[in-house]
Design a protein around this ligand. Structure first.
Ligand code: GDP
Ligand code: IMO
Ligand code: MG
Length: 428
């Protein structure tokens, strides 16, 4: 049963969408298994740029069935707008399927996300304010409303009336905000049903039928390992499980359905929002500023400047463990072209002098560790025209091979630009 997972190994925006699109050519199904429209995946085809939040990146191939799995949280208005955007660009969304078991993001989730961030002040998480945390909280509280509930207006209204009661209490009494009107919400959501209904399906059955036929199924992660609710830098994380194990619950397959796990590694590190970042290069640092400028490191989704830093291989090694990565795909190697020397974080040092070769579990420790760097020579030249690894300068090849050594698994692809044909395929 050949299932492949694409997972981010850092704090997101590694280029998962780009590699999903690349590997989708060989797949019949591409499945999102967690997250929502907090994701922003960019794909560049023939110079045209597609920025997608909810629809799986395989949508650009007519032979692919893109599936929004049960583990995703869906804002239906965003989904419909994205379908319209894709259709307007000439991309057919006719094959798109939406799990009836996926949970809906409701207007009160977005409002609560906004006000709770405001109330946290300087302790804010820096969320995307898309309602992700509150929607998953309702799912865990068992008051979530699912896509299938839209198919029965009476049930939908009943569930909404129940769910909104404590939300309005919280908004009015806790946050001093106006409550929301369930009638108006019901009218808005039910008005979308005629367009949504044809998409709604049994995603688990579709996935297993494809696997049983021996077809290739690709699972597209959103966010990343260190934003994982359980394994990331909690509480500065998202509210779902992006790690490869999240595929099992978020798509409804067992671990044995997964054969390959590709960890996507950006050639340096970025992070959007708050939280610890050992190899961070703070605003004003010339290298950090150049990484942001050359890498266009501004959020696809919120437009925020991404925090830059050197590549942190302590994190990548941990991500390889957490996800059982079989191989890694490096992106944005081309961005490193101008630097005289390159640093790779190979260990951390705690404020008591303790050396860590793995990511320490304790929040206070991870907040204070200093990076231990290894320095490699840069190659000082553009590489975006390279077609094979051999076309790269020796220093660039050495950088790739060092990542491979430290990761402990083979590098299978190297991105030297955002386009499909800027992908170097490595044999071993
Ligand atoms: P995702 O969220 O992991 O899918 O990544 P994003 O799309 O948010 O961010 C990755 C950005 O880097 C996008 O703008 C991509 O077009 C771009 N990108 C991906 N791979 C490469 C690469 O190898 N080189 C360069 N220069 N850009 C890349
Ligand atoms: P892709 O799929 C980068 C970050 C937010 C914030 C934290 C929690 O494009 O890699 P949330 O809105 O999820 O409750 O925010 O997670 N975050 C991302 N950062 N890429 C993403 O997605 C992200 N999705 C969420 O910035 O720090
Ligand atoms: Mg992104």
């Amino acid at each position: 049963m050949p299932g492949t997972v694409i997972v981010g190994t850092q704090w997101g925006d590694e280029g998962k969408g780009r590699f999903t699109d690349y590997l989708a050519e060989e797949s019949t199904l591409v499945v999102r298994y967690q997250g929502g429209h907090n994701a922003g995946h960019t794909i560049v085809v023939d110079g045209e740029v597609f920025k997608i939040q909810l629809v799986p990146s395989g949508v650009l191939y007519p032979h692919v069935t893109p599936i929004i799995g049960n583990g995703v949280v869906v804002d239906p208005a965003v989904l419909l707008a994205e379908i319209d955007m894709l259709e307007a660009k000439g991309v057919s969304t006719a094959n798109l399927r939406l799990s009836g078991n996926a949970h809906l993001i409701m207007p009160y989730h977005q409002e609560l996300d906004r006000v709770s961030e405001r109330y946290l002040g300087k302790n804010k998480l820096g969320t995307t304010k898309r309602g992700i945390g509150p929607a998953y909280a309702d799912k865990a509280m068992r008051v979530g409303i699912r896509v299938q509930d839209l198919l029965d207006p009476k049930i939908f209204r009943q569930k909404l009336d129940l769910a909104i009661r404590d939300k309005n209490l919280m908004l009015t009494k806790g946050y001093n905000r106006p409550g929301l009107d369930p009638q108006a919400i019901a009218a808005d959501y039910l008005a979308m049903v005629p367009r949504l209904e044809p998409l709604i399906d049994d995603s688990v059955h579709l996935i297993h039928s494809a696997l049983d036929r021996g077809e290739h199924v690709l699972f597209e992660g959103a966010q990343a390992t260190f934003l994982d609710l359980d394994q990331g830098t909690y509480p500065f994380v998202t509210s779902s499980n992006p790690v490869a194990g999240g595929v099992c619950t978020g798509a409804g397959v067992g671990p044995r359905a997964i054969e390959r796990v590709v960890g996507v590694v950006k050639a340096y590190t970025t992070r959007v929002g708050s939280g610890p970042f050992p190899s961070e290069l703070f605003e004003g640092d010339p290298v950090g500023d150049e990484l942001v400028a050359r890498g266009h490191e501004y959020g696809t989704n919120t437009g925020r400047r991404r925090r830059p830093g050197w590549l942190d291989m302590v994190m990548i090694r941990h991500a390889v463990r957490l996800n059982s990565c079989t191989d890694v795909a490096i992106t944005k190697l081309d961005v490193l072209a101008p630097f005289e020397e390159l640093k790779i974080c190979v260990a951390y040092e705690g404020d008591d002098g303790t050396r860590y070769d793995h990511v320490p579990y304790h929040q206070s420790v991870i907040h204070k560790v200093r990076p231990v760097y290894e320095t490699l020579p840069g190659w000082r030249g553009e590489i975006d025209d390279a077609k094979t690894l051999d076309d790269l300068p020796a220093e660039a090849r050495d950088y790739v091979r060092r990542i491979e050594e430290l990761a402990g698994v083979p590098v299978s692809f190297v991105g030297v630009g955002p386009a499909r044909d800027q992908t170097l395929v490595l044999s071993s």
